[in-house]
Structures are given as structure tokens and as C-alpha cells.
Design a protein around this ligand. Structure first.
Ligand code: GRG
Length: 304
């Protein structure tokens, strides 16, 4: 698909995404070798290399390139962001969380390796993410690397995905969750890692404080947009309120944007978030901003 901006600039987005995801997959495969002890590395690699859209690492690389950095400078952190994302998916699928049997079309990690190994694979991925940033990042000042580590640690902790998950669990089954509470959950649970992917890429690329501020706002918009679209897709795919797992006997009582505001208003909200995100990029060179503009459109209109 050829993406065109208001100013008539174009980008072959499918090709862009394909090429970037290919580079990320290659880097992930190389970063996490099948080493001793074999079982844990096999389990970590099983989920890390199981496919996935690779949106977070591509956002990280695109933000780095937008402010003048190279793909290679962002790659170790782009891989780290995907490792944290994979860790959260492994743990999200566990019997004590969502109890899912399938992820990315394959049996979940605990179904293949057992619950004990799956928990450890998540922890192993989290630790390795930070080791990889520290060991493999080159050509960036220590100050910026420390800032990247701090950004990713925050996004994966109690003020990020862990916090979002805990509040989400607390609200499961509660019938009067409001839009503000829903937004709070999703900013932590989903948007924080997407936001940090962009901020980390821009930090590594040498962004100024002003550029970082703009890009953080942009990323928060697309982070929330990602979740609103996820909720809309649940309705349009007909999976809302149904456990995604065949063997699951519980009906998940989950508050979503379409449930709170209706499908049409949720779609309208998604469109507003996308427009706001793209507007926040207007201060950048529009040709260089094309990948992030196209990624915003992709997140808004994705079908999976
Ligand atoms: C132990 C640090 C730690 C965290 C675990 C389980 C948990 C705490 C948090 C859950 C976080 C979670 C699974 C959020 C949902 C995010 C989301 C919308 C995932 C789907 O992302 P996609 O569509 O997936 O990018 P692919 O498969 O394409 O990568």
C-alpha cells in the first residue's frame, strides 16, 4: 500500500514494514542464541521468534531515524522492547492471568514448556533485554543509554504494564468502570510500552528535549489508539466477551471502549487520536516523518 501525506509525499508502507520487521527478526535471532541451559533458551526463543507484527521495535527504529539516527543504533533497544513485550505476553497467557492456549496462532509458552519454565522464560527475557541494551548499544553517550534503561524499566514496571495489569485485574467483573478509569488502565498496560519504544528510539537518535516532548505526546496518542482499535477489533471479529481460548469456560467480563461509548463513537475516538498523533508530527520534516505517519495510519486501520 502506498501511503500519501497531505503534502503529497509517498511511502510504500508494506515494503517498509516488511523490511524493518525482517531486520528486527534477524537481530532478535542473533541476539538470543540457543545456549546452555537449553530448555530455558529454547522457551525464550520459542515466544520471541514466534512472529508478531513487531510494531514496537519498528516504532523505535522509525523514531531514531526521524531525528537523524541510524537503524543500527536503535536495534539493540528495539530488540529489548520486543523482549519486554514478549515477556508480558507469556505472563499474560499464564493460567493465573488470562489462561490462554494460543498466542500468535501457536500454543502458548506454558502449554509447550510448562508453567514453571514459562514464568522463568518471561523473567529471563526481561533481564536479557536490559543486558542487551547495555552490551550491544554503540555510538551513544552513557547519559542517553542510562535514560533509555530508565525509560524501559519504568514502562515495564508498576507504573507501566505491571501497574496496568494489576488495575485491570482489579476492575474485572466491575460493571461501572468509566472512560477515565479505562483510559488509565490502557495508558499503563498498553500505551506505556509503545510510548517508551518511540521515546527510546528518539533518545538514541539524538533528539532534543523539545523533540522528545513532542514525540512522547505523539506516542501516547498512538498507544491509546492501539488499544481503542484492539477493542473495536474484538467487536468486529465477534470475540468480545468470549474467552479467546477454546478450553476456557469463563466468560470474560471486560469493559471496552465500544461497550462504554458505542461502536460508532469508539471509531470516531480512534480517528481523533490518529489525527492528533499525526498533527503532533507536523513540526518535523514531513518526508522523514512519513514512517511514523504511516505507522499511525496502520495502527488506526489494522485488521489484526
Ligand atoms: C512481569 C513485567 C511483567 C509484566 C506482566 C501480564 C502483564 C504483566 C501485563 C499484560 C500486558 C499486556 C499483555 C498488554 C496487552 C498489550 C497488547 C495489546 C498486546 C498485543 O500486541 P500486538 O497486537 O501483538 O502488537 P503482536 O503479537 O503483533 O506482537
Amino acid at each position: 500500500k502506498i501511503e500519501k501525506t497531505r503534502k503529497g509525499l509517498t511511502l510504500d508502507f508494506d515494503f517498509y514494514m516488511y523490511e524493518k520487521a525482517k531486520s528486527v527478526n534477524k537481530a532478535l535471532d542473533k541476539a538470543l542464541a540457543l545456549d546452555e541451559p537449553l530448555k530455558i533458551h529454547e522457551s525464550m526463543r520459542y515466544s520471541l521468534l514466534a512472529g508478531g507484527k513487531r510494531i514496537r521495535p519498528v516504532l523505535c527504529i522509525a523514531a531514531c531515524e526521524l531525528v537523524g539516527g541510524d537503524e543500527s543504533t536503535a536495534m539493540p533497544s528495539a530488540c529489548a522492547v520486543e523482549m519486554i513485550h514478549t515477556m508480558s505476553l507469556i505472563h499474560d497467557d499464564l493460567p493465573c492471568m488470562d489462561n490462554d492456549d494460543l498466542r500468535r496462532g501457536k500454543p502458548t509458552n506454558h502449554k509447550v514448556y510448562g508453567e514453571d519454565v514459562a514464568v522463568l522464560a518471561g523473567i529471563g527475557l526481561q533481564a536479557f533485554a536490559f543486558e542487551h541494551i547495555a552490551k550491544a548499544t554503540t555510538g551513544v553517550s552513557m547519559e542517553r543509554i542510562v535514560s533509555v534503561v530508565s525509560e524501559l524499566a519504568k514502562a515495564s514496571g508498576s507504573k507501566g504494564i505491571v501497574g496496568g495489569q494489576v488495575v485491570d485485574i482489579d476492575f474485572t467483573g466491575v460493571s461501572d468502570v468509566g472512560v477515565e478509569q479505562l483510559e488509565y488502565i490502557h495508558i499503563l498496560k498498553t500505551a506505556s510500552l509503545l510510548e517508551s519504544s518511540v521515546v527510546i528510539g528518539a533518545t538514541l537518535g539524538g533528539a532534543t528535549i523539545e523533540e522528545l516532548e513532542k514525540l512522547r505526546k505523539f506516542a501516547r496518542c498512538i498507544g491509546l489508539l492501539f488499544q481503542v482499535v484492539d477493542d473495536i477489533l474484538d467487536v468486529t471479529r465477534g470475540t468480545e466477551e468470549l474467552g479467546k481460548t477454546a478450553g476456557k469456560d469463563l466468560v470474560v467480563d471486560k469493559t471496552t471502549y465500544p461497550k462504554l461509548m458505542g461502536l460508532e463513537k469508539a471509531k470516531q475516538f480512534a480517528e481523533e487520536l490518529k489525527n492528533e498523533a499525526i498533527e503532533l508530527l507536523s513540526c518535523f520534516d514531513q518526508e522523514k516523518a512519513m514512517p511514523l505517519i504511516s505507522l499511525s495510519n496502520y495502527i488506526a486501520h489494522r485488521q489484526n
